[in-house]
Design a protein around this ligand. Sequence first.
Ligand SMILES: Nc1ncnc2c1ncn2[C@@H]1O[C@H](COP(=O)(O)OP(=O)(O)OP(=O)(O)O)[C@@H](O)[C@H]1O
Ligand SMILES: [Mg+2]
Length: 315
Amino acid sequence: MNSIIEVNDLVKRYGDFTALNHLNLEVQQGEILGLLGPNGSGKTTAINCILALLRYDHGSIKVFDQAMTPASKDAKRRIGYVMQSVGVIDELNVRENIDYFCSLYVSDAKKRKQMVSEAIEFVGLQDFQKRMPKKLSGGLLRRLNIACGIAHKPELIILDEPTVAVDPQSRNNILEGIKELNRLGATVLYTSHYMEEVEQLCDRITIIDGGKKIAEGTKSELIAQTNSSEKIYAEVGDLSEAQLETLRKLPFVAEAVLNHGELCVSCGKGDNNLSALLAAFEKHKIDFGHIRNQLPTLNDLFLEITGKELRDTHA
Ligand SMILES: Nc1ncnc2c1ncn2[C@@H]1O[C@H](COP(=O)(O)OP(=O)(O)OP(=O)(O)O)[C@@H](O)[C@H]1O
Ligand SMILES: [Mg+2]
């Protein structure tokens, strides 16, 4: 696999504060890499270093196999950057904004017209081409921000929390759009503090906290690193202590507790826990109503490594 971005041992300090603490990060060609971390963990700082917009104190960064510097014009032309803070020009309408950002990379006006039209269609802003940014809803403004970043058809797209403050439907559109760009060949670096988004979108995930990488892998590789296990919840009404003991002795059961008529079974690491439990219910004549299972999440892993909840850190 070719590395499109290689960050080695990156240290970035703001005065006495260390924002990136020996960070390593790799984005491989053709993948969607999710950079997941709570607010203030250093995601935007890492991106700004990668794009040579920010000086750093130690380490090295390669993009497209070349050292990245402020003068790396060729590399920058091949990158699309969608900033966390919407960066459009208030005096230009939707179409003019996209055309302006595209013109920074593409000088041929005819070619650009085509690219701008495609970008507008891609983010679904056909009906708003003449609208000024201030008159757009939050979701539409985010879509414009994305169109400005991708109109020149970059090979590498870096998106910094593009769905913050966006309603669920627009968020889904944005995520589907990013998947489509990836299918069309773009490599994607996507930052978020929303675990579910990164789980849904990304091939691989790097989790950072306090400017450090704390875990990386595919979703299933990360989940396999947790000590947490699948939990099955079943409405069972009343169970005798003897029935509970029987369940606890089943080989795949680590723990079984009854709480207000709901049985919670914590399972071992194996597969097919649900069907094994259903078979046990039948064998031991345990009636049940609603039943659901909960697989371990990235939040469990984050909690185990850092002792705090990823969820609680949402803005
Ligand atoms: N210019 C700056 N001067 C001083 N400290 C800064 C500066 N920019 C960022 N920081 C601090 O560095 C840390 C990392 O910030 P950064 O913006 O990279 O985090 P983030 O992961 O992008 O957070 P968020 O999810 O809120 O966007 C934070 O503690 C932040 O307060
Ligand atoms: Mg940020």
